[in-house]
Design a protein around this ligand. Structure first.
Ligand code: GLY
Ligand code: MN
Ligand code: MN
Length: 430
């Protein structure tokens, strides 16, 4: 990954801040038991501005007349590096990561009061990690005493206010990583589809997904893969993936990998034996029509609400036609009668995080070129729903693609993975 991108982002953040000091921390480490940690994944905001994936790090960006980028990192430690691998250290922080100034993380509490003094604005990602809030507040308290003749922060601003509108609109470099994440994820979905007819358990398909992710150089799954067969397809976050797949089941796979800290989020639903039943096909085609309607609503100026409304309209109409809910359409929509079968939103923002950030203004954000969203309508018929014919019970279908808002509409970034039911059957037969 080209490191110059991080310097450009820091400059844009400084421009957005105008003046003040920004303090951000690396993600905390989580102990699993004893001296064993959970897999580490850097905080997205911190990575966005540094490219540094080490724990126990912090950054300070000063904007205004005397701009500065200060990194706090763990010092080199020969003995520890035998166990945990190389550390950047304070020299690497300057030479590799472009810090103007670097210090050992142990110095943070001592040096932070000096760094935040002389500025009226203090930016920090408040209320995420209590311990980090504590460090920032202690520094502020200390600064008011030690540097009382200087200007002190009086405006506390959430760092998300400057960072998240930036992260929301993807640059070319992020799109390159995202496209690769989607490409690898597509290969993984196709591999899992092909493996399904000769697989017995959901976890075998999960293994196939994870194998393709890692073999292609993806760092990790962007979220725990969902492999729901039969009625498990109606459990939205089914991640146990431990059921035996039966002949005649639909299999819903919602999985995406992360590549260079960009997440794919893709769902396909297909028949385990390669052939949809008529009932499965009716539900499937309805969801696909809803997805097409949702896509048609994507353009600059539209909102996630518009995309959701478009898919809701189609799904509600379809559920009435199937006799699952009562019409008329307008009443079914206003009373949310569809909610028994379609209970989630049609999409969310996608980027460094699978449920990505967006500007928070109190109003729905209006799409701009560079924004990426998922488009993922679904229909889930409860297994015990005796108000519908037996052939439909336990059918769950979701189809999820990742769409980039362009100047005049959208680009479906995951269109290489077929969604048409006949195309899926042909693919599985090949
Ligand atoms: N995979 C999580 C979601 O679709 O939102
Ligand atoms: Mn998903
Ligand atoms: Mn999603």
């Amino acid at each position: 990954m080209d490191r110059s991108v991080f310097g450009r982002r820091r400059q844009l953040v400084r421009d957005a801040m105008g003046q003040g000091a920004l303090v951000l921390f690396s993600a905390p480490e989580f102990i699993r038991n004893g001296d064993v940690h959970h897999e580490y994944r850097q905080d997205s905001d911190f990575f966005y501005l540094t490219g540094l994936d080490e724990p126990q790090s912090a950054l300070v960006i000063i904007a205004g007349a005397n701009p500065k980028f200060v990194l706090f990192v763990r010092e080199r430690d020969e003995a520890r590096e035998i166990w945990d691998g190389p550390r950047t250290g304070t020299v690497g922080a300057r030479e590799v990561f472009g810090a103007d100034e670097s210090h050992c993380i142990d110095e943070l509490a001592k040096l932070l009061p000096r760094l935040i003094s002389g500025h009226s604005r203090l930016y920090h990602r408040f209320a995420v990690v209590d311990a980090h809030d504590g460090v920032v507040m202690a520094a502020l308290r200390e600064a008011r005493v030690r540097h009382r003749r200087e200007l002190q922060p009086t405006e506390m601003i959430d760092a998300g206010a400057v960072l998240h509108p930036m992260r929301w609109r993807k640059s070319e470099s992020e799109l390159t990583s995202l496209r690769r994440a989607i490409e690898i994820t597509g290969d993984a979905h196709l591999a899992a589809m092909r493996a399904a007819p000769r697989s017995s358990y959901e976890y075998e398909l999960e293994a196939e997904l994870r194998r393709v992710f890692r073999a292609a150089g993806s760092e990790r799954s962007a979220y725990a893969p969902i492999v729901g067969s039969g009625p498990n397809a109606t459990i939205l976050h089914h991640i146990r993936n431990d059921r035996k797949i039966e002949d005649g089941d639909l299999v819903l796979i919602d999985a995406g990998c992360e590549y260079e800290y960009c997440a794919a989020d893709i769902t396909r639903t297909f028949p385990a034996n390669g052939k949809f039943t008529d009932a499965q096909r009716r539900i499937y085609d309805l969801v696909l029509r809803a997805q097409h309607a949702a896509f048609d609503a994507i353009k600059p100026g539209a909102t996630l609400d518009d995309v959701h409304a478009a898919s809701l309209h189609t799904i509600t109409e379809g559920l009435i036609e199937l006799g699952f809910i009562e019409g008329p359409l307008e009443l079914a929509l206003s009373e949310a009668r569809y909610a028994k079968y379609f209970m989630h939103r049609t999409g969310h923002y996608l980027g460094m995080d699978v449920h990505d950030v967006a500007p928070v203004t109190g109003k729905p954000a209006t799409f701009a070129p560079g924004v990426v969203i998922t488009v993922e309508p679904g229909v889930y018929v409860p297994n015990n729903d005796d108000t519908v014919p037996a052939e439909y019970r336990g059918i769950g279908v979701r189809i999820e693609d990742d769409a980039l808002v362009t100047d005049h509409g959208y680009e479906n970034l995951s269109k290489a993975i077929p969604t048409d039911a006949s195309e899926i059957e042909t693919l599985m037969a090949s």
